[in-house]
Design a protein around this ligand. Structure first.
Ligand code: PMP
Length: 408
């Protein structure tokens, strides 16, 4: 697209120059993990070369510098998603851990028999399994709002399911399998009309579109650094301050503590209360750098580019009668396209694609129940980011031609 200088951006990602057996890499597995620009790699290296120390505890200069950088990173991330500041931003390992933090810290304490948790059929296992298991522990019931034949969330069904018995509505913002973009502020409204809380899984939205947690009015929101030009080992839990304040921590030890006796302990202020042990210091600092990197490009531009590529891929793949595409139409989806080629198993297709150095994902993408519902064991997913091009989509389509011939 015209709004992004892709050639310029690609210079920040030397990994994209890699070749396999003479074929240049086409990295189309961004929904799993995005690549990391030099600016972020440099931020990690700079931290370890110049500032590395444990945080919060030391009075020595290095520890103070590391602490300030790590704490400031929370403010930078808060600003990126429209949160009120570091008190609402808990750093952890990934989206999955953020989900589990709320499930254990809030769910285990609050849910009881008769209570209901409403999810959607397109939830990632990170949400689905977590609430399913917490429901089993507490005697609460789990319900799933339907996905319709076009891959959209059936909002009427969601409205039916959410009642005064509902305590939590947990919904994915962007489906990592269907590419559906859910109307999350409407979902939050529905939850709040029934005094339920709402947890939005932003793993596939924050990397790809402007997100404002206050405007959507999510109570909790989670995402991962490694899908947005940041490193692995860092994920973010956003929570409204008063909710995080009321919740008890679920991991103990280290800097989450204020005062300890042999009998009792009290907790440190937010967000540290939820960051037990030595936290992901370099990763947090690098995530702040990733926010700078994306903001320099502009999140509107990031979104436009990814969605334009998805639409292009959708249109190209639609040329073939034997390709079944999952999810909404090409002009109404996020930056990914999942599909099946005839009766070729997704794993076989992706192996052939790999021979052309086209990197895609094959499997159930951690949405097994959704694949079951669709009556397919798996799918192949191409997912796009700021450095991808239409030529790479063309290469995907050519490689699929080869797969078709091989399995004919
Ligand atoms: N939710 C969604 C929608 C995702 O796409 C992913 C990553 N596949 C996750 C949650 C889990 O993210 P992580 O593995 O970083 O915890």
């Amino acid at each position: 697209s015209e709004s992004l200088d892709v050639e310029r951006i690609r210079e920040d990602f030397p990994i994209l120059e890699r070749e396999f057996a003479g074929e240049q890499l086409a990295y189309l597995d961004n929904a799993a993990t995005s690549q990391t620009p030099d600016q972020v790699v440099d931020a990690i290296a700079h931290y370890y070369r110049h500032t590395n120390a444990n945080v919060h505890r030391g009075l020595h200069q290095l520890s103070q510098e590391a602490s300030i950088a790590y704490e400031d990173a929370h403010d930078r991330v808060a600003d990126f998603i429209g949160a009120d500041g570091r008190k609402e931003v808990v750093f952890g390992k990934n989206t999955t851990e953020a989900m589990n933090t709320v499930a254990y810290a809030w769910g285990l304490a609050e849910l009881e028999p008769g209570d209901e948790v409403v999810m959607t059929e397109m939830e990632h296992h990170a949400a689905l399994v977590t609430w399913q298991q917490i429901a089993k522990k507490t005697g609460a019931e789990v319900k799933y709002a339907r996905v319709d034949d076009d891959g959209y969330l059936d909002m009427d069904h969601l409205r039916e399911l959410v009642t005064d018995d509902t305590e939590m509505v947990s919904a994915v913002h962007v489906s990592n399998t269907l590419g559906t973009i859910n109307p999350v502020s409407d979902i939050a409204d529905i939850a709040h009309e029934h005094d339920a809380l709402c947890f939005i899984d932003g793993a596939q939205s924050v990397p790809h579109m402007p997100v404002d947690v206050k405007a959507m009015d999510a109570d909790f929101f989670a995402f991962s650094g490694h899908k947005m030009c940041g490193p692995t080992g860092i994920g973010v839990l956003y929570g409204k301050e008063h909710l995080l304040e009321e919740m008890q921590p679920y991991l103990y030890g280290g800097m989450m503590i204020e005062k300890v006796t042999f009998e009792e302990s009290t907790w440190h202020e937010l967000p540290w209360k939820f960051e037990a042990g030595t936290p992901p210091i370099s990763q947090g600092i690098a995530l702040a750098e990733a926010c700078d990197y994306l903001d320099d490009i502009g999140m509107e531009n990031v979104q436009r580019h990814g969605e334009a590529l998805a639409e292009y891929a959708y249109d190209r793949l639609s040329e073939f009668d034997d390709i079944d595409i999952l999810g909404p139409p090409g002009d109404d989806r996020a930056a990914l396209v999942s599909f099946n080629l005839g009766n070729v198993h997704a794993h076989d297709a992706s192996e052939i694609l790999n021979d052309f150095a086209v990197a895609v994902r094959a499997g159930d993408h951690c949405t097994q129940p959704l694949h079951d519902k669709l009556g397919i064991p798996s799918s192949t997913r191409a997912s796009f980011y700021i450095y991808n091009t239409e030529e790479e989509v063309d290469k995907l389509v050519e490689a699929l031609d080869a797969a078709r011939e091989l399995f004919a």
